[in-house]
Design a protein around this ligand. Structure first.
Ligand SMILES: [Zn+2]
Length: 181
């Protein structure tokens, strides 16, 4: 695993690892890891100098990078950040028309190498994070609907990741974590 901290990592809130009982699975909804890095480095909260990102990123070929220390709270899921860590899987999702009502299908599969790397990472996290017990998808925790970008009279899910292609049964069978929702 490559450790490559985001420039603002040290500005994120510090926390005890015993506070982390939840891991949230995301997909980037971007074309590749380099683009995800650009988005992750963007400062979206000028008061703190920080932005949105997961803690770990898993590329399609199974390459894993850590961008935020789990002893820091990253901004990756509304309402659950202080108790959770986030893992982002590189996958196009609905990119580039995330909220277009005609483009809501998420049909890119998660390759074996990527799923196996995720399972391996989850197993190491069980050792690193003593209170870790729960796993959830971003779509399970943020169910807000928003106006579609192509037609404001229609509603779409703000978050759909990791989406219908994510192999929940395989991942749950391979780890002792329980699905939160
Ligand atoms: Zn997400």
């Amino acid at each position: 695993m490559r450790i490559d901290p985001l420039p603002y990592e040290h500005l994120l809130d510090a926390r005890p690892l015993s506070q982390v009982d939840l891991v949230v699975v995301h997909c980037t909804e971007l074309p590749d890891l380099a683009t995800a890095r650009e988005y992750g480095e963007r400062v979206l909260y000028p008061a703190s100098g920080t932005g949105n990102s997961g803690h770990w990123y898993v590329d399609r070929d199974g390459h894993v990078e850590r961008w935020v220390d789990p002893a820091r709270t990253a901004h990756h899921v509304r309402g659950f950040n202080p108790r959770s860590v986030g893992i982002e899987l590189v996958n196009r999702g609905r990119w580039p028309d995330w909220l277009d009502s005609r483009r809501q299908t998420m049909d890119e599969p998660y390759p074996d190498a990527q799923v196996e790397a995720l399972i391996g990472l989850l197993r190491t996290l069980r050792d690193e994070l003593p209170a870790l017990r729960w796993i959830a998808g971003h779509e399970d925790l943020d169910t807000e609907q928003v106006a579609a970008s192509d037609d404001a009279t229609l509603q779409v899910q703000r978050k759909r990741d990791p989406g219908p292609m994510f192999p929940w049964q395989r991942v749950l069978a391979a780890t002792p974590l329980q699905r939160l929702v």
